[in-house]
Design a binder for this molecule. Structure first.
Ligand code: NAP
Length: 333
């Protein structure tokens, strides 16, 4: 089977298309999936470029395809099911139980830049009805992260105000889910063209974070006292402004590291405004299944900016890293 692997870690051409042996038939509790689609995440680019990624690593955390065979003991999925990968196959439900990526496909384990995978059935869930495989693949990381932030953790209700940072994969899902929940959505971007597109997708207010450097205070004023929830994707450098934008007692969902992994936090303001700061990493398999039920009920579809072939994964990651995209960048195979 064809796969793309990290062959030259830490160089500017780390990836190579290779032929790997067929993984064979599923054993007890396993399924065999023919993969047809993936989508890229910010962290996939980091892992592909990292000098510490082992030679031979198969990247990509998102994956979707068709079940070709099921092993004994599998009753949740059957041959022919369209499935999408779960980010944390071993975190089924309840409170977070994982604080490492050692058992995450695409990071600690082999990912989905390959045509066939044989894996425990718990590594996949049924895809939404009528979704293409790349569309389904958006629900491993970006969709589930946005869903968990707004639904599972923040319990956003109609009339809440939600601030969403940028127009990448997680952000556009957060915009779609915020509107699904009846919330007011405020989107920031470095690009006026992307902000126009965000308005078409339902954003109620938009702010260019380059031309309005004090965007946190600006959002606080335009919402008449701050937002209920901030989908914080920048990290260290944007957190002070997120605290400015939040209402008293609001929630900041700390998700991203687009603008750095550590930095100064104005803890005095955080304290005085009684803002809750909540770090989160993707979500559980059960949260993913809840999201898919909501998608089936509402007909929500992901926004795919551009699609590349598996052979062109290197070009696709360069495109993602350029920041030119809005929503998701997809891979088909
Ligand atoms: N904790 C988790 O579970 C989790 C899950 C998924 C992703 N993440 C993290 O969340 C972040 C977004 O991931 P993604 O896959 O959605 O990325 P992505 O699709 O590559 O999105 C990148 C977009 O973010 C915006 N951006 C970049 N720098 C920014 C800054 N300094 N301030 C505000 N916006 C900025 C840009 O939007 P504009 O072009 O519109 O300016 C850019 O196009 C990443 O840091 C990723 O590692 C975390």
């Amino acid at each position: 089977m064809k796969a793309v692997v990290v062959q030259r870690p830490g160089t500017d051409k780390p990836l190579e298309v290779v032929e790997l042996p067929d993984p064979g038939q599923p054993q007890f509790g396993e399924i065999r999936v023919r993969l047809h689609g993936s989508t890229l995440n910010f962290h996939d680019s980091l892992a592909i470029r990292s000098a510490t990624t082992p030679v031979g690593h198969i990247p990509l955390a998102d994956g979707a395809g068709v079940v070709e065979a099921v092993g004994p003991g599998v009753d949740e999925l059957v041959t022919g099911d369209h499935v999408v990968a779960s980010f944390f196959p071993f975190w089924n439900d309840g409170r977070p139980t994982v604080d490492t990526f050692s058992r995450t496909p695409g990071l600690g384990l082999a990912g989905y830049a390959r045509e066939i995978v044989v894996a425990p059935a718990a590594q996949f869930v049924k895809a939404p009805r009528g979704y293409s495989h790349p569309e389904a693949a958006t629900l491993t990381v970006a969709g589930l992260t946005a869903w968990r932030a707004l639904v599972s953790d923040a319990a956003v209700t109609p009339g809440n105000q939600v601030l969403i940072m940028g127009t990448g994969g997680v952000a556009v899902f957060a915009l779609q889910f915020a509107k699904m929940l009846g919330a007011t959505a405020i989107v920031t971007s470095s690009s006026d063209a992307k902000l126009r597109r965000a308005r078409q997708l339902g954003a109620d207010h938009t702010v260019n974070y380059r031309s309005v450097p004090d965007w946190g205070r600006h959002v606080f004023d335009l919402t008449g006292g701050g937002v209920d929830v901030v989908v914080e994707l920048g990290g260290a450098a944007t957190l002070p402004q997120s605290i400015d934008a939040a209402r008293i007692g609001g929630l900041i969902s700390l998700i991203g590291i687009l603008a750095g992994v550590s930095g100064d936090v104005p803890t005095g303001t955080l304290n005085l405004k009684q803002v809750r700061l909540h770090g989160l990493v993707v979500g559980s398999r059960t949260q993913q299944q809840q999201m898919i039920r909501a998608i089936d009920a509402t007909g929500t579809r992901p926004i795919i900016d551009r699609t590349f072939a598996l052979d062109d994964l290197a070009e696709a990651t360069d495109y993602l890293s350029s920041g030119a995209h809005l929503g998701k960048v997809a891979i088909t195979f």
